[in-house]
Design a protein around this ligand. Structure first.
Ligand code: HEC
Ligand code: HEC
Ligand code: HEC
Length: 277
């Protein structure tokens, strides 16, 4: 039998996240359910704080709470409780002075990310960038344009403004092309720091046959075509292999230009860059 941990007071409801934990830790022992130590009312919900004070008609319980929390004589919590830290008093004061608005404090799915910062910040582990290909200096070759949509450009297409030149003299567009990176949000044209990690990209066609094994080169890029260039029987699946370690793409795909989805921020649900197993 598993014993559950001794439950603390339930969290108050309807309070914002900077005050809910304070109320929970410092008030609810007495102002919870049941009421203890002669506390006269509950402080369990936003409505409890918005209610009119029993001792001062002109004040809400929230305003009285702030006053009692801050006053030296007869403070809240009383001497038998644990006083608020100065940070907790400041958070409580900001909230009451803002009109004690309702809020929700449920587990935050973005916890750890900067609030509403949009796409995650990009990075470049190597700190080195390849030049943009241009008409006069396409810089074509196996280690070119890391992170960019290889196949689109090799087909003369202009993915996200990367190739305004049309056909630049590319010899061919491989069936699959892409870049392996050490972090999920590495910037376009950043030279990969995991180019020599010994990873092979395996592509299986719709019948499950292994049709391409493309080694990741020293620049982090990989590319390959099926024999005789008959094209891949779509959809394909992708697996990265390094020794006995592997990393699979769960969903099958029909687009062989990996970096069109595995962009610096990730498109079409892809988790940013392709990383080694
Ligand atoms: C150890 C028990 C205990 C704790 C913990 C406690 N209180 Fe109280 N509270 C009381 C008692 C007893 C009373 C009634 C006597 C009084 O007013 O001093 C009271 C009364 C109050 C009142 C109504 C009286 C008034 O002056 O308006 C407010 C508001 C209040 N508490 C807020 C709080 C807040 C906010 C906290 C947490 C930061 C808190 N209390 C923590 C025991 C407690
Ligand atoms: C903006 C256009 C553009 C992008 C993006 C691009 N390439 Fe190229 N690529 C070229 C051009 C142009 C050439 C050949 C011309 C030259 O010699 O410079 C070339 C040549 C190559 C070659 C040598 C020729 C061959 O067919 O074997 C390889 C390999 C290659 N690219 C791989 C890639 C890979 C992998 C990526 C993505 C990480 C990529 N390219 C992205 C334009 C591009
Ligand atoms: C049309 C968009 C798209 C294209 C193109 C694409 N991917 Fe993905 N990829 C995804 C999505 C979405 C996921 C996350 C869900 C999943 O694993 O299927 C993913 C996940 C992955 C993963 C697993 C990531 C992890 O952290 O476990 C790998 C590995 C991967 N892709 C490799 C590739 C390779 C290699 C190519 C090119 C041959 C490629 N992908 C092309 C959309 C794409």
């Amino acid at each position: 039998m598993v014993l559950s941990a001794c439950p603390g007071p339930p969290p108050p409801t309807g309070l914002p996240c900077d005050v809910a934990p304070v109320v929970s830790a410092k008030c609810l022992w007495c102002h919870g359910a049941p009421l203890r130590e002669s506390a006269p009312m509950t402080l369990l919900t936003h409505a409890d704080f918005a209610a009119k004070s029993m001792v001062d008609d002109a004040a809400t319980v929230a305003q009285r709470s702030l006053l009692r929390v801050k006053q030296a004589a007869a403070p809240m919590p009383p001497s038998s409780g644990t006083p608020l830290t100065s940070d907790e008093v400041a958070a409580f004061e900001r909230w009451v002075n803002a009109g004690a608005p309702a809020g929700t404090c449920s587990p935050d799915p973005d916890a750890g990310l900067p609030p509403d910062a949009g796409p995650p910040p990009t990075t470049c582990l190597s700190g080195v960038f390849k030049p943009k290909p241009t008409t006069t200096a396409p810089g074509g070759g196996p280690q070119m344009a890391p992170g960019w949509a290889c196949r689109a450009c090799h087909l003369g297409q202009n993915f996200q403004g990367q190739n305004p030149f049309g056909a630049l003299g590319m010899t061919r567009a491989y069936d699959v092309m892409g870049t392996l990176y050490g972090a999920p949000n590495e910037k376009d044209l950043c030279v990969s720091s995991v180019g020599d990690a010994g990873v092979v990209v395996e592509i299986r066609d719709s019948t499950g046959t292994l049709v391409i094994s493309a080694p990741v080169n020293a620049g982090g890029n990989f590319y390959g075509s099926v024999d005789l260039d008959a094209g891949i029987k779509m959809p394909y699946t992708a697996r990265l292999v390094r020794g006995t370690a592997r990393r699979d793409m769960m969903a099958a795909q029909t687009e062989g230009d990996c970096n069109q989805c595995h962009t610096e921020a990730g498109r079409e649900g892809a988790p940013g860059r392709i990383q080694p197993p």
